[in-house]
Ligand binder design. Structure first.
Ligand code: UDP
Length: 373
């Protein structure tokens, strides 16, 4: 009988599901059809009301409600607050989670979400089952302490900085391993030259190409920055990915653009779009940054979610693999400077981005997971 691997996650942002799917893809690549893999939004599907509605709040909290998010993140990072919160909430969510796990009878549980570690371990215990439990931290540097549950079997982190932080929060050194951020194998496989990819996408082959995006949900100042670029960079062409943000897509489509501009909703050919681009303007999402590194594409970070993405900004800047810019107007100005003949900033950053890339991360993680089952 096939062994079952259960991924515990919740759809807060696009990155947790994308990470789980990347690992699933890698497991299938290494061992086709050998495992039953389930990726489950536990919070939405297996907690009672009103807890099951909390993931829907995430978009608002990390958008208009950002000051409240900052406060919640900081306060809940204190160990005493975290433990009291858990003690208060867990009795309400215990039974359904445990019932689900009992029903699935997993041979391995993998958490790719900060609120699925302690809860996941408790659900497993309440279900009366014994299975190895692996945490895969999908935030690059300043992850929330709730990722760390020292009782898990193994904890996989994306960077050395994340490893140091995990040690600080009590994860035993022998349980920790650094593999990188799990991203789809398609990013490593997409290695055609820019002109070829641009031609296939119907883009102009010789134009400097700027891609603007904001995670899976199309967060941030995408509209403003795209408008500034279109007005200030007549020699460029634009790719704008609005993700699941339909209102933004409609607003972008209503514009008469000054330069050639492609507008997309949620795309599934991100590796090609990244390969086709010279520079990426994005919020500091860990998935997007890691994918851009593989494409040798330096990210211009316009905004970040305070807390879990704060460290990503420093990581990118300290490694000179991209920059953080506060105002959309300055982004356009900066990119225009980089486009000036003789300016090699972009080339320098592109090399540094490629140096930080870990295209094998998903395969290494998949291999490690399969050793547990
Ligand atoms: N993404 C995608 N299509 C889109 C927009 C985004 O596949 O149209 C993917 C992107 O490649 C990345 C993920 O969504 O893998 C976003 O993850 P990230 O960690 O950057 O940000 P989050 O959305 O979790 O805040």
């Amino acid at each position: 009988m096939k062994k079952t691997i259960l991924f515990l996650m919740s759809d807060t942002g696009g990155g947790h599901r994308a990470s789980a799917q990347a690992i699933e893809e890698a497991i299938q690549h290494l061992h086709p059809n050998q495992y039953t893999i389930i990726i489950e939004d536990m919070w939405k599907n297996h907690t009672p009301w009103p807890f099951n509605r909390l993931p829907d709040l995430y978009g608002w909290l990390t958008g208009p409600g950002l000051p409240l998010w900052r406060l919640m993140w900081r306060v809940s990072a204190y160990a005493s607050v975290q433990s009291r919160l858990f003690t208060f909430i867990f009795p309400f969510i215990k039974q359904r989670g445990a019932d689900y796990i009992k029903q699935v009878q997993p041979d391995l549980i993998v958490s790719v979400h900060p609120v699925m570690n302690q809860a996941g371990m408790e659900w497993l215990n309440a279900a009366g089952l014994k299975a190895p439990f692996v945490t895969i931290v999908t935030d690059m540097v300043t992850f929330h302490p709730s990722w760390i549950c020292p009782e898990v079997t193994r904890c996989i982190v994306p960077t050395d900085q994340a490893r140091d932080r995990a040690l600080k929060f009590g994860m035993p050194a022998e349980k920790l391993v650094v593999y990188g951020q799990p991203v789809s194998l398609k990013f490593a496989a997409s290695n055609r030259d820019k002109a070829t990819v641009r031609r296939q996408l119907g883009l102009l082959t010789e134009r400097y190409t700027i891609m603007v995006m904001g995670g899976g949900e199309g967060f941030g100042k995408i509209y403003k920055v795209a408008r500034h670029i279109a007005r200030q960079a007549p020699q460029a062409q634009l790719i704008i990915v609005a993700g699941r943000n339909r209102a933004l897509k409609h607003k972008l489509e209503a514009v008469t653009w000054e330069i050639p501009t492609r507008i997309y909703g949620f795309v599934d050919n991100m590796p090609d779009l990244m390969r086709a681009s010279d520079v990426l303007v994005t919020k500091a999402g860990p998935g997007t940054i890691s994918e851009a590194f593989i494409a040798g594409l330096p990210p211009v970070l316009l905004g970040y979610i305070p807390g879990q993405e704060t460290g990503n900004v420093a990581y990118v800047q300290e490694n000179e693999a991209g920059v953080y810019v506060r105002r959309p107007l300055d982004v356009a100005q900066l990119i225009c400077d980089w486009m000036t003949p003789g300016n090699d900033t972009l080339q320098h950053m592109s090399q540094n981005a490629a140096r930080l890339a870990r295209p094998q991360a998903s395969l290494q993680i998949a291999d490690e997971l399969c050793h547990f089952v």
